[in-house]
Design a protein around this ligand. Sequence first.
Ligand SMILES: [Zn+2]
Ligand SMILES: [Zn+2]
Length: 353
Amino acid sequence: MAVVAYKCPNCGAPLEFSPESQKFECSFCGSSFSEEELQKYEPAQSSEQTIVQEPAEEEGKEETAVLYTCPSCGAQIVTTETTAATSCLYCHSPVVLEGRLQGEFHPDRVIPFAFTREEAERRFYEWVAKKRYVPKGYFDTGKTEYFMGVYYPYWVLDCDTSANYTANANRVRVWRDSRNEYTETSVYRIHRQGDLHFEDLTHCALDSEGRELADGVMPYRVLEAIPFKMPYLSGFRAEIRNLETDALEPVFQDDIHKYTENLLRDTVTGYDSVYNSSLDSDVKRKDYQYALFPVWAFVYTGADQKKYYYSMNGQTGKVAGILPLDRKKLLRDAVLAGLGIAAVLLMIGGLLI
Ligand SMILES: [Zn+2]
Ligand SMILES: [Zn+2]
């Protein structure tokens, strides 16, 4: 398997994709190249490959370490089975494991990182500052660790379906004369038939510990994804999928069912109640695309030495992760809110009496 490093054509230092300029930049001589310009040059490859697999036992879960040779310094690069881009621990050169992105593993589309690591950090602190129940002063700027840009694999589904929706519905009319009250209930049988088209239904294609972090930052603006090119991964980590479409089929089916039901249900209006509904839907055509989407992943260790894991959508800036909670403040506000409700009730009571 070829291990490639994109090097600056002017000085030979490693090139990295810059979210700021959306170009490939050399931090050594300051040159920058567009995707087209870079295509004229061949990336450096390590011809010889060292692949040693040693299963490492980790909390009962077996993970295989795979070793490669760095094309820049010759040191060994340790990766997991699903890594497709990383950097050399010794010379820090970004490397792309080309072989892991070929054939059926060649992504159709990629969304490049839209903002830098510094910007991601700034957005994170801005986000926590707005959170009401985070203990005051808990987050100190500049204390995030293991800050990493990671491309996670996703399956993106476009499909056409045909659906039948049936339900019962009631319309109720009530009137009275001097002696009686009358209720008339009209019962209807509802039928809706529709052809629907779904676009860009998305689920993470990696079954690992990072899955929650990759799922939590969705949605992406998938329309903005561009055709995949290898160099976009340079300077970031990239993971390849270990879940095929059939493994995610039930999850996509659930989405389709839920969205179809909502869409058809929304066309049933003007009734007092709708019940006993049922839905039949049939997928006529489906088209899966394999894509890599950007996530900033990092850890924050609080004053109490507790570690919190966060991820941020590398396109939209949406953050996922659990925040420390100021329980006293939460309790105090809950009590105040309770008192507020009690006061309003007293007022209504007073007015009524
Ligand atoms: Zn250079
Ligand atoms: Zn190296």
